[in-house]
Design a protein around this ligand. Structure first.
Ligand code: NAD
Length: 429
């Protein structure tokens, strides 16, 4: 099933793997398993709203550049739209649409009352000054002013954005509506209503999911050999928490290259090194350089792709040696590669479960903001732990009841709850 409301793919290269087609394939598989009504599948295959705005930005040299900013709102049947804002050169409307759909299933799977959305601008944030990024973010927010809001659509950070961009978005929205509205975004700095534990939340959720999966195999994190692709918000937090729990993180990479140590990397030292080197880890002492291609195929217990989509494909799947793959990024394993891994008995922890920690703590931030009561980090981490473990257990239970893969189990839970809500609410008019 291909989205009817979007034009044909924007990237015509034969090697291109359309993330939206993949997302729709998983949806169709879940719909088939659930014996969903065709009309509900049709509704769920299409986003409710697709917005693309022009963002004219004055560069520091005085030239004006016009960027396209997307926001896709997939489904709000369970609550306000929720999803990150991505700044990355590979952003396309199809990618944003796929990610918005994943957010719907993720929120539903975790049992939090949100629908799915995603936003993005095709820029490399490293090529813009902080002033330029602020002007881009503020104009983008201002163009979306009627489409976002604490009861409507609540953006959050994603690749290339952070608490800084959320603060600019919150301020721009608040100035436009005439009063402070902290609930319009999550992932904010603590000073303006952010939640403790938010920065590490996605990485913590990854660590919890991996820990639970290992426990099901009769193993623990202690001494487990882990490889992580990506050392940004998610990858570095997961690396640190796994390291603190006794795992051996033997290789880590960023867009500019990776490092390997057979005895395990000193992750706090690696984080400090990255912070001093504009987030590059190349040249880190006491470790050997490694390319991203080599890193993915290293022998290890757990491989955690925490960077981009489509990293494990038909081209490299036969060389993957990990026993468990934890999808910290969204869509890092292609559909075909996923089938090959499942056939080989590799446990794939699906993205809509594994990386849900961020949206869970975003939800906790929103709840704290609405109740004007702010929790300590221990409470936030406890609530996160409970929701992650509960979703993991429910998904594992579903694999046993239906005799299906963990990914399909997670999808049937996520899609099934949304479909039930459609059935209960009925179609208007
Ligand atoms: P980020 O921008 O903070 O970090 C991305 C990391 O990936 C960086 O270290 C970058 O150097 C690296 N990278 C980029 N291209 C690479 C390449 N070709 N090979 C290896 N590494 C490469 O982004 P993030 O917030 O950590 O997000 C990473 C992934 O996790 C994305 O797929 C995102 O959608 C997903 N995710 C993020 C969150 C969140 O809370 N930030 C929540 C859920 C899912």
């Amino acid at each position: 099933m291909v989205l009817t409301s979007l034009s044909p793919q924007e990237n015509p290269s034969p090697a291109y793997i359309c993330p939206l087609d993949q997302a729709c394939s998983y949806l169709e598989e879940a719909a088939h398993e659930l014996k969903l009504d065709r009309s509900i599948l049709e509704i769920l295959s299409n986003p409710r709203k697709v917005v693309t705005v022009s963002i004219p930005v004055k560069r520091d040299d005085g030239e004006v550049q016009v960027l396209a900013g997307h926001r896709v709102q997939h489904c709000d049947i369970l609550g306000p739209y929720k999803g990150g804002i991505r700044y990355h050169p590979a952003v396309t409307l199809r990618e944003v649409s796929a990610l918005a759909m994943l957010m719907t299933w993720k929120c539903s799977l975790l049992g939090i009352p949100y629908g799915g959305a995603k936003g993005g601008i095709a820029i490399d944030p490293k090529s813009y000054s902080i002033g330029e990024l602020e002007r881009i973010t503020r104009r983008y927010t201002s163009e979306l002013i009627k489409d976002i809001g604490p009861a409507v659509d609540i953006p959050a950070p994603d690749m290339g954005t952070s608490a800084r961009e959320m603060a600019w978005m919150m301020d721009t929205y608040s100035v436009n509506v005439g009063h402070a509205v902290p609930g319009v975004v999550t992932g904010k700095p603590l000073s303006i209503g952010g939640s403790r534990g938010r920065e590490m939340a996605t990485g913590r959720g990854v660590m919890i999911t991996v820990r639970e999966a290992l426990a099901d195999l009769g193993k623990s994190l202690v001494g487990t050999r882990v490889v992580i692709q990506g050392f940004g918000n998610v990858g570095s937090a997961a690396a640190l928490l796994l390291y603190q729990a006794g795992a051996k993180v033997i290789a880590v990479s960023t867009g500019s290259g990776g490092v390997f140590s057979d005895v395990g990397l000193d992750i706090p030292a690696l984080k400090a090194y990255a912070a001093q080197n504009r987030m590059s880890i190349v040249g880190f002492p006491q470790a050997a350089p490694i390319s991203n291609t080599e890193l993915l195929t290293l022998p290890c217990d757990v491989l955690i792709p925490a960077a981009l989509e489509n990293q494990i494909t038909q081209d490299n799947v036969d060389r993957i040696q990990a026993r468990i793959i934890a999808e910290a990024a969204n869509g890092p394993v292609t559909l075909q590669a996923n089938q090959a891994l499942e056939a080989r008995g590799v446990m794939v922890l699906p993205d809509i479960l594994t990386n849900a920690g961020g949206v869970v703590v975003s939800y906790l931030e929103w709840v704290q903001g609405l109740s004007y009561v702010f929790w300590d980090e221990e409470r936030v981490n406890r609530e996160l732990e409970n929701l992650m473990v509960q979703a993991y257990r429910q998904a594992i239970q579903q694999t046993k009841v239906r005799q299906i893969s963990l990914r399909l189990a997670a999808y049937t839970l996520g899609v099934g709850r949304v479909a039930q809500a459609f059935t209960d609410r009925g179609l208007y008019p």
